[in-house]
Write a protein that binds this ligand. Structure first.
Ligand SMILES: CC1=[NH+][C@H]2[C@@H](O1)O[C@H](CO)[C@@H](O)[C@@H]2O
Length: 499
């Protein structure tokens, strides 16, 4: 028989204590009660209500409460154990009342994602379904293993509309991902409006891989996505990839090229052939203008400088470039994130900088040295976490340079002990990149992200002690019907016992 929803939660919570024989039933008279006086808690209540109203048809009014609620669903910023920290929660399901307690609204939001998964899959429907809407009795006390759980999306190789990006952000929220790393510039396209360099989008956004029309995000659209993500307790991290992966910028401004000649836009998928001109002053005015304008519209604390595959930049020039550019991130109030190559520069980057490891080995001496200096590392090993890798040789989409990644490969590694010299305390978190050379539409994103993104999400959230493929694949299987209701175009991996 089907496992109880309590055995099907992804990421698996730190502790689940079933209350035998207890069931809460959502009914037409159910109220949602939220922390009196907290706009953030009310916003989480509004989010939950919009999901539940849509599929139950119930009014589910939201009322402020202080003290112990007697009925309905209550979201409270009091009474949570300190041990759940800022992102965790306590969820209590009794016969007459469901209570989510947290220290911060982010924890309430995480508890709401768990509550969603305790309700039948039909709760995710976009139209009214009959129910019954039952939730099994339990006490769940839960908090994340790593503070940063991310997903990256490449909007440069292929441009994705704001609606497509928002849909992906909605899906990240289901699995307690709390960071969205947005790859906004590359050789094939510059996708974010920069007022002081208008040709970056006028010309630099005019195509994409395969020669399609490309596109870009205005600052208003960027702010729209930021706000949409913020309402889901997801921080947006913009990436401007420099000094390599810059053909779109170089094609947009001849003066940025060492030879003063703008190359043509590129629609192929080669890498490593472009570089900003390290010796020109205008290069650093360009970079500073871009960082200034983008940092000004980015509430999150990190700015991603890219820095990968600068094969057309000598090591000496790369070092010169990074020494001049890294201080600009701090000048505009942000901290540095970058693909891990930058961590080799000398003098070393600030300890607050985060190298994002994307290698396929388990040893990188420069990254280990950063950890030894007290720095932290974001883990995105390409042969484990790259969602653009094919599942197997017959996968129609994706690449294979880092090997094939079936669901079990994405799940069977330990971020806390993966890189030599980078132990648990030096791990900033995990992130699943999704590069778009071969992806064009939402269905393509979903086919590559599901079911592997939930695997990465569980590695980032759940205690290592819960790590068990045989248990995880059962829980993943129970997610399948929910994805079906949501219209998510997931890959039905043969490794998972889908119902
Ligand atoms: C950090 C990084 N740089 C490269 C590499 O990852 O592989 C990706 C494809 O898997 C590619 O799109 C990207 O430009």
């Amino acid at each position: 028989e089907a496992a109880s929803p309590l055995q099907s939660i992804v990421p698996v919570p730190a502790s689940v204590t079933p209350a035998a024989g207890v069931t809460f039933t959502l009914g037409a008279g159910t109220r949602i009660q939220t922390q009196a006086g907290s706009a953030e808690a009310t916003q989480v209540a509004d989010y939950l209500a919009s999901i539940l109203r849509r599929s139950t048809g119930y009014p589910l009014p939201i009322t402020p409460v202080s003290g112990n609620p007697a009925d309905g669903i209550a979201l409270l910023l009091s009474g949570a154990p300190a041990s759940v920290g800022e992102q965790g929660y306590q969820l209590d399901v009794a016969a007459g009342v469901v209570t989510v307690r947290a220290n911060k609204a982010a924890g309430l939001f995480a508890g709401v994602q768990t509550l969603r998964q305790l309700l039948p899959a039909a709760i995710e429907s976009g139209s009214v379904k009959p129910g019954p809407w039952t939730v099994p009795g339990a006490k769940i006390v839960d908090q994340p293993r790593f503070g940063y759980r991310g997903a990256h999306l490449d909007s440069a190789r292929h441009f994705f509309t704001v609606d497509t990006v928002k849909r992906y952000i909605d899906q990240l929220a289901l699995y307690k991902i709390n960071n969205f790393h947005w790859h906004l510039t590359d050789d094939q396209g510059w996708r974010i409006q920069i007022d002081s360099w208008p040709n970056l989008t006028k010309h630099g956004a005019s195509t994409q891989v395969g020669g399609g029309p490309g596109g870009f995000y205005t600052k208003a659209q960027y702010a729209d996505v930021i706000n949409y993500a913020k309402a889901r307790h997801i921080t947006v991290i913009p990436e401007v990839d420099i000094p390599g992966h810059t053909n779109a910028a170089l094609s947009s401004y001849a003066e940025l090229n060492c030879n003063g000649v703008a190359p043509p836009l590129r629609t192929d998928t080669e890498v490593g052939y472009s570089s900003l001109c390290i010796g020109k002053d205008i290069t650093y005015k360009f970079v500073e203008d871009v960082i200034r304008e983008l940092a000004a519209i980015t509430p999150g604390e990190y700015f991603h400088l890219g820095g990968d595959e600068a094969h057309a930049t000598s090591d000496a020039d790369y070092n010169t470039f990074m020494q001049k550019v890294m201080p600009l991130v701090g000048k505009y109030g942000k901290k540095i994130l970058g693909w891990h190559e930058f961590v080799k520069v000398n003098p070393a980057p600030p300890v607050s900088a985060i190298p994002q490891f994307w290698g396929t080995t388990t040893t990188d001496n420069n990254v280990a040295a950063h950890a030894a200096r007290g720095g932290k590392v974001l883990l995105s090993p390409a042969n484990k976490a790259y969602l653009d890798m094919k599942y197997n040789a017959s996968t129609p989409l994706g690449l294979s340079w880092a090997g094939f990644i079936e669901v079990q490969d994405a799940y069977n590694w330990n971020p806390g002990g993966y890189l030599n010299g980078v132990n648990e305390s030096a791990v900033f978190g995990v992130e699943a990149p999704l590069w778009s050379e071969t992806l064009v539409k939402t269905a393509d994103i979903e086919f590559m992200a599901f079911p592997r993104l939930p695997a990465i999400a569980e590695l980032g959230w759940s205690p290592r002690s819960t790590h068990n493929w045989d248990a995880f694949k059962q829980r993943l299987a129970a997610q399948g019907p929910r994805w079906g209701v949501m219209g998510i175009n997931y890959y039905k991996s043969p490794q998972v016992p889908w119902p």
